[in-house]
Design a protein. Structure first.
Length: 303
């Protein structure tokens, strides 16, 4: 049997108007004009064949019919809202949204995701790429992976992987007119910088290198671009150990010297307080830490 239902838009206008006893306030709530609310209510009254409001000077009152209709409409809207919220909760139950930088995503994470999806096919993983810090209260992001010192306020952070720095370059720079054989040979090559020029200054001090100006050379301001420039032979970069494993493994980059600069920066798993109890967040964090342990085991086996 076909239901004869009034317009949902008209019922919303009636419910808001009846709750406020004001078409003006109802219009503000519904983000429409007062005339639009009045028109919808009038259309509903004409469809039902009965007046729902008594329109008096500067105020409204419900008729007996309006008083009878209001609790029914309000209950129907409450039940619809509850059902919709339940469906949203079921949908969101499987979604895990992670914010991270494009460089960490492409150079460390993406190649490992097949193992995560194979183990947790029920988790709908969504990666949000950004270099900005996340306001968890104003977004649907569940957790982030961020580079820093782990001292952010209002959130919980777990150390994931460090980022020791050491010089890397194309194998082509080890040969040629100015072969790179010792740290002192860096004076003949372009130094590539990512954020600022202080990392190279610190590395040269750690390696006890004299006669090399650590602040010369371009600042590229992006890990991916920095790695690409080094692979292309455009200079020598200080590579982050966690981001250049593939390039070192396949020989596109080489590490000509043994000296590393221990950085006070690292990659951290960051999430709101208590979020680690969420099974999706816990599963992803545990997986990432297992991947770090796998890398460490492979490095020990190669030594």
């Amino acid at each position: 049997m076909q239901r004869r239902l009034p317009s949902l838009k008209a019922l919303r206008a009636f419910e808001a108007g009846a709750r406020h006893l004001s078409f003006t306030l109802a219009a503000e709530e519904l983000h429409v004009t007062q005339a639009a609310v009045s028109h919808q209510v009038k259309a509903l009254e004409e469809e039902l064949g009965i007046r729902l409001f008594r329109r008096m000077t500067r105020k409204l009152a419900l008729t007996e019919a309006g008083q009878s209709l209001l609790p029914v409409v309000r209950d129907a809207f409450d039940r619809l809202a509850e059902a919709a919220e339940g469906l949203r909760a079921r949908r969101d139950d499987s979604v895990l949204t992670v914010s991270l930088t494009p460089s960490f995503s492409s150079k460390w994470l993406v190649g490992r995701l097949g193992r995560f999806w194979g183990r947790y096919p029920e988790i709908d993983l969504r990666l949000h790429h950004s270099v900005q810090l996340v306001d968890f209260a104003a977004s649907d992001v569940d957790m982030t992976i961020r580079a820093g010192q782990g001292s952010w306020s209002g959130v919980e952070s777990e150390l994931l992987v460090g980022m020791d720095l050491f010089p890397v370059c194309s194998p082509a720079l080890l040969e040629g007119d100015r072969p790179l054989r010792s740290p002192e040979d860096l004076k003949h090559h372009t130094l590539l910088h990512e954020d600022d020029r202080e990392d190279w200054v610190q590395w040269l001090m750690t390696a006890h290198v004299e006669g090399v100006e650590g602040r010369r050379g371009p600042v590229l301001d992006d890990s991916i671009v920095l790695i690409q420039a080094a692979v292309a032979g455009r200079g020598v970069a200080l590579g982050r150990s966690s981001l250049i494993r593939d390039e070192l493994a396949d020989g596109r980059l080489v590490a000509p010297f043994d000296v590393s600069l221990a950085s006070d920066m690292a990659y951290y798993l960051v999430h709101p307080p208590g979020a680690a109890e969420n099974p999706k967040v816990r599963a992803f964090c545990d997986f990432l830490k297992e991947e770090v342990a796998r890398d460490a085991e492979q490095s020990r086996a190669q030594q």
